[in-house]
Design a protein around this ligand. Structure first.
Ligand code: FES
Length: 342
């Protein structure tokens, strides 16, 4: 027996597990005409209105901190769906919360790799500090804690995210310090990526809206370049051991494609180019500093200009096709790219 968010029975059991939908707290901010107008703005982005449902649910969370029964009703009305249809989507994805979320959402990866490196110990310690279990919020409303399955950053394990921003290579002490800072109202800078906001702020971004008040604030929130050291560790080890991957089907082995003695001049790109952005300049430096072909290739693959055959003279960019390279980001989202030759 189950009911969905938006059903009359506010505390009924929902969806895929036995999490109850809690009744709306008394201080829950109401959804307004502005919310409805923004929902319609989202709908206008799509050829089919119902395609707008996912960002609309994030919009609801940006106002109320969870997918409330009121939010389900608003989405259903605007999209011409039943509340059951909206609820079926909202209860399928773990990013849609069924009870009010704290100011920050702290997710601890307890999947295999993070777990063996201490992820479960981190989760247990934070749970004790906060006095909560999975998907529960500290009494002061500061933090909601949750287990997370693989956060797609296994090379940085153990991984914690706060409002979906990454805090890599944590241990019990660093994670406890991070959460303590959050509870004091601080926003420690993530290990990489954009500055930390809060759960409602990131929900607004996920709905496709700017949460910043002006251009200066927007510029300040531009993603910072990430550290890719852990991502390149495997490449570095392979180079040290003289190991290499088998050639891609249909492509000659690297040592046939690049005659001995010519490779450094064609792949190293300290070309004097200053880079259009700080990220490109930093990536230039990483490529130039690489001390072996494998590391250089890895750095080049994460370069912002990677799609432009970075490191090769522009005149030697792939001929005969304008097809962009197929990107296969791998588990970390920063992995290798595979070019499809035609
Ligand atoms: S197992 Fe934790 S990020 Fe993949």
């Amino acid at each position: 027996m189950s009911a969905l968010p938006g059903s009359a029975e506010g505390t009924a059991v929902t969806g895929l597990d036995s999490s109850p939908v809690e009744p709306a707290p008394a201080d829950l901010p109401p959804l307004t005409e502005r919310t409805r107008a923004e929902a319609r703005e989202i709908i206008a982005r799509y050829p089919q209105p119902r395609s707008a449902l996912l960002p609309m649910l994030h919009l609801v969370q940006s106002y109320q901190g969870y997918v409330s029964p009121e939010g389900v009703a608003l989405c259903a009305e605007e999209l011409g769906l039943t509340k059951a249809e909206v609820g079926a989507v909202a209860t399928f994805y773990t990013m849609y919360k069924r009870r009010p979320t704290g100011r920050h959402l702290v997710s601890v990866c307890t999947n295999t790799l993070c777990a063996v490196l201490g992820g479960q110990r981190i989760f247990d310690a934070l749970g004790r500090d906060l006095g909560v279990h999975h998907d529960e919020t500290a009494a002061d409303g500061s933090v909601t804690l949750e287990h997370a399955e693989c956060l797609a950053a296994c090379d940085y394990a153990p991984v914690v995210t706060v409002d979906y921003e990454f805090y890599d290579q944590q241990d019990v002490d660093s994670a406890r310090a991070l959460v303590a800072a959050l509870r004091r109202g601080e926003k420690p800078h993530p290990t990489r990526g954009a500055p930390l906001t809060d759960f409602r702020g990131i929900s607004r971004q996920l709905a496709g809206f700017d949460q910043y008040g002006g251009e200066a604030a927007r510029q300040a929130a531009v993603d910072a370049p990430g550290e890719i050291g852990p991502t390149l560790a495997g490449l570095r080890l392979a180079a040290e051991r003289g190991e290499s991957a088998p050639p891609m089907p249909g492509r000659p082995p690297a040592d046939e494609a690049e005659p001995a003695g010519t490779e450094p001049a064609e792949t190293v790109a300290p070309s004097g180019r200053t880079g259009e952005t700080p990220e490109a300049e930093a990536a230039d430096a990483r490529v130039a500093a690489a001390d072996n072909p494998a590391e250089r290739a890895g750095a080049a693959q994460t370069h912002p200009d990677e799609g432009a055959e970075y490191g090769q003279p522009r005149g030697r960019q792939r001929a005969g096709t304008q097809t962009p390279p197929t990107r296969n980001p791998g588990a970390s989202g920063q992995g290798t790219s595979v070019e499809k030759e035609t």
